[in-house]
Design a protein around this ligand. Sequence first.
Ligand code: CAA
Length: 379
Amino acid sequence: MDFKLSNEQKLIRDSARDFANTELLPGVIERDEKQEFPTSQIKKMGEMGFLGMMVNPKYGGGGMDTISYVLAMEEISKIDASCSVIMSVNNSLVCWGIEQYGNEEQKKKYLYHLATGNILGAFCLSEPEAGSDATSQRTTAIEQDNYYLLNGTKNWITNGKSASIYLVIAQTDVAKGHKGINAFIVEKEWDGVTVGQKENKLGIRASDTTSIMFSDVKVPKENRIGEDGFGFKFAMKTLAGGRIGIASQALGIASGAYELSLKYSRERKAFGKEIYKHQAIAFKLADMATQIDCGRLLCLKAAWEKDNMIDYTQSSSIAKLYCAEHAMKITTEAVQIHGGYGFVKEYHVERLMRDAKITQIYEGTSEIQKIVISRSILK
Ligand code: CAA
């Protein structure tokens, strides 16, 4: 087994690290506090190729592997998890979903703009009453002459306001249950699309999370993705890759908090010596390092499976479960190591702790990952 990264993968990791430190770190506290969308930062991320990393270059993407994507996600997330969730949704849900399952016309029309970061996309699955229980879709898309008439409300949509296109999962035939669900590409500017208020969140506050309302939106038939009834499987398959993105986001949040804790414990003195020289702190750092190493290996394994066409449904859920749970633990310990300073904004760890929480919730809660994992191991 070869654990060595290629020179190209190292280059991508290092350029993501440099970019995060020079372009994302300045103002990250203020953007979080004011819930200010990182417009100029996201534009630069598009120019750097971070918004369509794995997309084939013929559609404007970077043609990179999933391992490179994990490495970049970790580095961006260490500094700014609001930017990394925008990146993750655009890369692994929207671009991947269209590239993998869209037809050539859909790719030509939408993928290039998404992969280059000219526009952002959003993934609309959750509803006010269908979060974890994704088969209970209430949004309907009823087939008419040459279009589907879309009605319903989607909730908790990352990039809700900033996106120009939405991948919308909707029920086209209620009697067929999950086999009567389809996925559609919907443009924000179409009549009947309304964007709700930006949610005032605990973490990832600079990213825009909104509800989206669809009222008699006419979706051309050519905007349906895949065969009739493929929508639920489309959502599940796309989410499996999305979970690698969120696992690496959680990993980055944790390793960001760990690196800050390491630095602080070398600078801060108590009882006559630097605090890392106290075993109480050294053991916390050892635990953090161990858990981060495990999480990184799980993310890279899931990414490697995806790159090698091996079913990654189980490994992506394991990576997400582990990294999200440990991001919460590690960031909480980071605040503890920083003491009172950890409780104020200037030291970043309180933000990382708040950002960590959502990784246990979105793209399937930790409990949902356990459903996916247990079904996979018990089947
Ligand atoms: N790949 C392919 N097919 C799959 C699949 C997968 N990973 N998972 C399920 N399916 C198929 C099943 O095989 C089944 O098809 P058949 O009947 O033909 O065999 C069908 O889908 C229904 O599957 P289940 O019976 O397992 O469905 P379920 O109702 O029990 O739900 C679940 C399964 C795993 C709990 C699913 O509902 C789920 O993942 N829920 C969580 C939803 C989620 O992650 N939401 C996140 C929102 S997106 C987001 O957060 C983005 C953002 O903005 C950050």
